[in-house]
Design a protein around this ligand. Structure first.
Ligand SMILES: CC(C)(COP(=O)(O)OP(=O)(O)OC[C@H]1O[C@@H](n2cnc3c(N)ncnc32)[C@H](O)[C@@H]1OP(=O)(O)O)[C@@H](O)C(=O)NCCC(=O)NCCS
Length: 390
């Protein structure tokens, strides 16, 4: 370690969310499949969820990211890295993160997608914080974005009632001040992979008439086993994250868990003897938005004034993989949203408009370049032929 090495910390300095305005209530769902509002509420706590219409994973990620940058007052060209945690990406490749990078006009950023299902946001935070603490990067955008509605079998009542669409984003920034992400815990048990999966569409079971006919492109889940797994790992992960951060449980101010099911959250809260005031729950409005659920919940907890500077928070996620992760942090940023003046709003609009124009310019230029290069190669080839002929 060099003598002038100082400890770096990764703070959340910006946050944003996007949820589609289109609401699907339990009542409406019960007209499509054999279920009822009472059953869904009792077993899961969900009342309604948001379903993307025109939105896609990238467009929702972009909106959430723009809001996070607005709150942080950071220019897109200052971003070093963009991580999109998603299990419902736009494509197998290119990465959704690259699409977001282009549309943000984040010309100095690397970008990649992270596949860890509902644990993805905590995995992303862990990576981003590690890079910031190591001094590799200073501004990292971590986004959780999902459009599970397009991967659900709307005839399978055991799964289609659970999930919803949305996106949440945070900007992590390096600083010498103590605080921000204090500890992270990640875990995986791949032996439970088949308990929650989309069996086809990857390289093992590529898309074929058979896979489509067998509904293998939809989310398949063993609900009871996933439930047992979630309750088992959640409490341990929270305890480990607190311990690694040297925080006694009594100093935990707010737990922001992955929003899958109120029964799972209540189980953990009870085991840790946390009062409801210390646990944030908003899944009744959104269902399970997978990697997006924790950042969406964080933004709403801030809006509800349940996060204040000096508070100790824990995020905990769990899901397909099987995978889990928890992270303890000390909140440092004032949560009163900076007031967006009409001038700043106009500036942002102009900036993103310009990023779009530039992106289009690059695409056109690439095509022209390819055409011209081909023509030049052909001419060169001809003159070489002539040369050889003589
Ligand atoms: C899915 C879940 C709500 C089901 O609740 P459960 O209490 O375990 O219910 P079971 O699966 O045992 O099913 C009980 C009965 O309800 C029925 N049922 C299932 N879905 C139903 C629905 N939407 N409406 C009405 N009945 C339903 C089942 O068919 C079963 O009927 P049966 O007893 O006649 O066979 C629950 O297992 C769960 O939340 N698991 C975790 C899922 C999760 O969070 N996944 C994502 C993790 S990131």
């Amino acid at each position: 370690m060099s003598a002038n090495h100082h400890q770096r910390y990764a703070h959340i300095v910006g946050w944003g969310k996007y949820v589609p305005p289109n609401i699907l209530t339990n009542e409406e769902l019960s007209k499509r499949v054999d279920t009822s509002d009472a059953w869904i509420r009792e077993r899961t706590g969900i009342r309604e969820r948001r379903i993307a219409t025109k939105e896609t994973t990238a467009s929702m990620a972009l909106y959430a990211a723009q809001e996070a940058l607005e709150v942080a007052d950071v220019n897109p060209n200052e971003i070093d890295l963009i991580i999109v945690a998603t299990s419902s990406p736009e494509y197998i490749f290119p990465a959704t993160a690259s699409i977001v990078q282009d549309q943000l006009g984040a010309q100095n950023a690397g970008a990649f997608d992270l596949s860890a299902a509902c644990s993805g946001f905590v995995y992303g935070l862990t990576l981003a914080a590690g890079m910031i603490r190591a001094g590799t990067y200073n501004n990292v955008l971590v986004i959780g974005a999902e459009t599970f509605s397009r991967l659900l079998n709307w005839k399978d009542r055991a799964t289609c009632i659970l999930f919803g669409d949305g996106a949440g984003a945070v900007l992590l920034q390096g600083s010498d001040e103590y605080g921000g992400i204090l500890s992270t815990v990640l875990g995986s048990d791949g032996s439970g992979g088949e308990l929650l999966e989309i069996p086809a569409g990857g390289s093992k079971n590529p898309t074929s008439l058979e896979t489509v006919m067998a509904n293998m492109h939809f989310v398949k889940m063993n609900g009871r086993e996933v439930y047992r797994f979630a309750t088992r790992v959640m409490v341990d992960a929270i305890k480990q994250a607190l311990q690694k951060a040297n925080l006694p449980l009594a100093e935990l101010d707010l737990l922001i868990p992955h929003q899958a099911n109120t029964r799972i959250i209540d189980y953990a809260a009870k085991a840790l003897q946390l009062p409801p005031s210390k646990v944030f729950v908003n899944l009744e409005k959104y269902g399970n938005t997978s990697a997006a659920s924790i950042p969406i919940a964080l933004v709403e907890a801030i809006e509800d004034k349940r996060v204040n500077p000096g508070d100790h928070l824990v995020f905990v996620g769990f899901g397909a993989g099987l995978s889990w992760g928890a992270c303890a942090l000390e909140w440092t940023e004032p949560t009163i949203k900076r007031i967006t003046t009409p001038q700043r709003a106009a500036q942002s609009k102009l900036r993103y408009g310009w990023a779009n124009v530039k992106s289009m310019g690059h695409r056109v230029l690439r095509r022209v370049d390819a055409g011209v290069s081909r023509t030049l190669d052909r001419i060169e080839g001809h003159s070489n032929d002539n040369g050889n002929g003589k």
